[in-house]
Design a protein around this ligand. Structure first.
Ligand code: PLP
Length: 322
């Protein structure tokens, strides 16, 4: 289907706006992709300019000055940075181990699984919590988690990752079941202008068509690489939640390994058909282990990926002249 990139649509013959009249409010590709994602998640989906746009909108629309957010420790670094910046707006945060019960807070923000430490939330403990439960399900995707069924009030996605799946669209999403929250999120999104581009929304529609098959293959290859990494003498620790395509593992010199791969791109981000790997301490400092490599397993042949990893782990700083 051709993508309608219009920003305006004429009013009807009575001079009244139709379903689409100005693209910041809604546009056809966005509405179609929201419908499909909402169907997959069992809720009302809204799209945003990026995953962080979605997170920002959740906090603008649903948090209040004086509120505290209990944030899963070891979760996506950008979320903790955003919450740190919102201190000026009277929002504070505390990190906690999401495999156990959360501390008192107005909002509990979990990640399923946490990027890059790959822990999963304790849903039973969350169900008893009085606060608003937000779950970033970027890595699980609706294929492996129905977070609203588990008890989340709001699901957040960076659709930039597996949902679109090709490293060529920047996109975020929220999904809720409560009409009041959906209306408030929509109102803030439109007025703050944190909206998705039509082409990115169209990429989501295409991505959802193949999501199940892609996720099955990401998982199969990642599980096989985990088995092999666990036996490799250069690897001291492997983290993997048992589903999806992201692994993190520790080596002595992450910089040498990440710069020695050929098939696996030494690049940030995750969830694409092409595998990517990076040392996360470059961004996160000592928040995570210095030798931690985050590998997003793509759709390439698993033996070729393993050959690339083993040759990279056999290199030394001396070989590379660094
Ligand atoms: N949430 C998770 C788990 C992520 O990994 C990322 C990006 O890496 C984001 C949110 C932010 O998404 P975006 O880069 O689309 O803003």
């Amino acid at each position: 289907m051709p993508v309608d990139r219009s920003t305006i649509w004429p009013y009807d013959e009575r001079g009244e706006p139709r379903a689409f009249y100005y693209a910041r409010t809604a546009h056809p590709a966005g509405a179609a992709a929201e419908e499909e994602l909402g169907r997959r998640e069992g809720g009302d989906a809204l799209l945003y300019a990026s995953g962080m746009g979605a997170a920002t909108n959740v906090l603008l629309a649903l948090a209040r000055p004086g509120w505290k957010v209990a944030l899963a420790e070891g979760c996506y670094y950008g979320t903790s940075k955003l919450l740190g910046l919102l201190a000026d707006w009277g929002i504070s945060y505390v990190e906690y181990d999401q495999t156990g019960p959360p501390p008192p807070a107005e909002i509990v923000w979990v990640e399923a699984p946490a990027n890059p430490v790959l822990t999963v939330p304790d849903w039973a403990a969350l169900r008893g919590h009085p606060g608003l439960v937000v779950c970033d399900a970027t890595i699980a995707t609706p294929v492996y988690l129905q977070a609203l069924d588990e008890g989340a009030d709001v699901v957040v996605h960076s659709a930039t990752k597996f949902l679109t799946g090709s490293h060529d669209a920047l996109l975020g999403a929220t999904v809720t079941r409560d009409p009041e929250k959906s209306a408030r999120l929509r109102e803030f999104r439109t007025n703050a202008g944190i909206v998705a581009a039509p082409d990115a929304a169209a990429a989501l529609l295409r991505g959802l068509e193949t999501l199940d098959e892609r996720m099955a293959r990401h998982t199969e290859s990642a599980a096989e690489l985990v088995r092999r990494l666990e036996e490799h003498p250069a690897v001291s620790k492997v983290r993997y939640p048992g589903f999806s395509g992201v692994i993190s593992f520790d080596v002595d010199d992450a910089r040498v390994v990440e710069t020695s791969t050929k098939l696996i791109l030494n690049a940030t981000s995750l969830g694409g058909a092409r595998s990517t790997m990076e040392s996360r301490s470059r961004w996160e400092g000592d928040r995570i282990p210095g030798g931690l490599l985050r590998l997003s397993v793509g759709l390439e042949d698993v033996d070729e990926l393993w050959a690339d990893l083993t040759q990279a782990m056999g290199r030394t700083a001396h070989d590379l002249n660094i």
